[in-house]
Write a protein that binds this ligand. Sequence first.
Ligand code: NAD
Length: 319
Amino acid sequence: MPKILIYDSVSQAGLDLLAPRKDIAAVAAGTRDVMLKEIVDADAIVLRYLPLDREAIEGAKRLRVVARHGVGYDNVDLAALNARRIPLATIGEANSVTVAELTLYLMLAACKQGLAYDQAVRGGRFAAREDTDAIELYRKKALVIGFGRVGGRVAPRCRAFEMEVYVCDPYLPQDAIRDQGFTPVMEFREVLPEMDVVTLHVPLTDETRHLIDAEALALMKKGAVLVNTARGPIVDGAAAAKALDAGRLFAAGFDVFESEPPALDDALVQCPRTVLTPHMGALTEECHRRSAVRSMQHALDAIDGCLDPAYVVNPEILP
Ligand code: NAD
């Protein structure tokens, strides 16, 4: 009987897809040891954040798909999958709007110093309102780095706040960016000194690791706001904390961290000018359901021989 391995938990909506499929077995694994044992005869694995490394992939004898319950796949050894000609499917657009909304939340919370004011009211310091320690998005310049599914939804939301939106995605036709009413930028460092808000929506790759490093931070406009809902290592966290502590940046919002969970003494966690969320950019109730349904559907489709190649990130290995 074909077997789906669920590594970590998924929403009931995903499990409901399995109910009518009496011809398929489903097994859950919550630890690496159990996963290594169960993957040997699994036909599909639904994978959340836990790593799927070469050892696990080489141990899998029947695997027909890795169905990522998300879109980033830096937790998967893609080279090892390619060597075995195993497709990796993601959930595509299922979480894009969710991450875009969290991005705007972090942007607004950082600009409005929402957490500090919340604590002031609860601490009986209502007069804190006189600090005027909040800024506006109105007519500010936003730089959206990465104009894919998430960045493509963040940019119009920034425009809805009447921001002037610049977009850096050298891998897309620049006319497509211009046609949507945004200003294309090939080299983001050139415009950093003018940008009031910088928001990151690129995948984590060798090229994007520490894309925002001490040098880039030094180029940023004094009083700018940085938001990262993409992947932690895209920002040099220690350098960002220094820029915040020095007052170079006004504030920053982070959903993702170089190491997750971050240590409690991590400079970004200690910094009073950061607004933080625990990598929950895609974890609304609605999105959790959509992600589970989409990834489980990929697992079923691979077993049924009808996996949709539009969701496969390594289509070159498909027959
Ligand atoms: P996507 O693949 O649709 O878009 C990424 C875009 O980045 C592409 O258009 C690509 O051309 C561009 N890009 C790549 N390298 C670049 C570079 N060096 N400079 C500028 N642009 C570059 O991905 P997406 O669905 O929009 O997601 C973006 C990232 O957000 C994902 O890779 C993932 O790591 C992260 N993400 C985080 C969460 C969360 O929970 N916080 C959820 C979903 C996605």
